[in-house]
Design a protein around this ligand. Structure first.
Ligand SMILES: C[S@@+](CC[C@H](N)C(=O)[O-])C[C@H]1O[C@@H](n2cnc3c(N)ncnc32)[C@H](O)[C@@H]1O
Length: 260
């Protein structure tokens, strides 16, 4: 590993300038606009008239994306004051017309999430790998469950438990996964974000079975896994061959579930 900045869930705020480094870099990671956003859009579809809670919203990039999909009430929650301040600043300087739904940003640890509403939809992008142990993972699942109304929808985008550490590697798409072979639940993993100064995000592996079990126990059903897809724009811009390695071994995966 060659990253110069190492970050875990609680360390974002300790990094000098993270409020500039992460948001500016995120836009340049090809897998985000061309695969993550596209897959979310295909699976989530229209959010017209729905309330949405975005857990681990960071600087609000995906919270604003969910607004673009039509959500009519939006709350973003994160543990990082610095990234929330970027999100709030973007809100302050963005279009104020009456048609634009405002986003409320709140500081909370998703593993100690109080009930703040009965949302139609709860989303969590790049959150679950921050759970340091099974108890914390369980509390995150319960926090999501407590904030969704019965019949509501959950979308969780995050580390692909089936990622093959032998490759292909994903550097050209903006990420490199550092995962030991035969990785077990709770074992340390790193996601390297390929910025000018690479960021090494420390996390923990949670298998598909463990995530599903905890979600079911927390009150979810109809759990589905959605493989990453690449948008027509991404295919046109870089060519189909360019995306083959990513699609054969994507770093993340989208999960959806229904609240009983
Ligand atoms: C890699 S960023 C992703 C941000 C956003 N979801 C996105 O994809 O643009 C991970 C975010 O998770 C937040 N985070 C980590 N652990 C958290 C926790 N326990 N509760 C709430 N937020 C957390 C970090 O502060 C950071 O903003």
């Amino acid at each position: 590993m060659s990253g110069e900045i190492i970050v875990n869930a609680n360390q974002y705020d300790a990094i000098e300038g993270i409020e500039f480094i992460y948001p500016s870099g995120a836009e340049r990671i090809l897998a985000r606009p061309f695969a993550e956003r596209y897959t979310l859009e295909k699976v989530v579809g229209s959010l017209n008239g729905q309330s949405l809670l975005d857990l681990a919203c960071g600087h609000g990039e995906y919270t604003r994306f969910f607004r673009d999909l039509g959500a009519s009430e939006l709350v973003g929650v994160d543990i990082s004051e610095k990234l929330l301040s970027v999100a709030k600043q973007i809100e302050l300087t963005s279009d104020k017309s009456d048609e634009i739904t405002p986003i409320t940003y709140l500081l909370h640890n998703a593993a100690e999430m109080p009930k703040i509403g009965n949302f139609d939809v709860v989303a969590a992008t790049h959150l679950l790998h921050y759970a340091e142990n099974i108890d914390e993972l369980n509390k995150m699942c319960l926090g999501m469950s407590n904030n969704i109304k019965s019949g509501g929808k959950l979308y969780v985008l995050g580390a692909n438990p089936e990622y093959n550490p032998r490759g292909p590697v994903l550097d050209k798409y903006g990420y490199r996964m550092h995962i030991p072979p035969h990785v077990k639940d709770g074992q340390e993993i790193f996601l390297e974000v390929k910025l000018d100064e690479p960021i090494l995000i420390q996390g923990y592996h949670w298998s598909a079975e463990t995530r599903e079990k905890l979600l079911r126990e927390a009150g979810f059903t109809n759990i589905q896994w959605h493989h990453m897809q690449v948008s027509p724009e991404g295919l046109a811009k870089y060519g189909e061959a360019f995306w083959q390695e990513y699609l054969s071994n994507p770093h993340d995966v989208l999960m959806s579930a229904d609240r009983i």
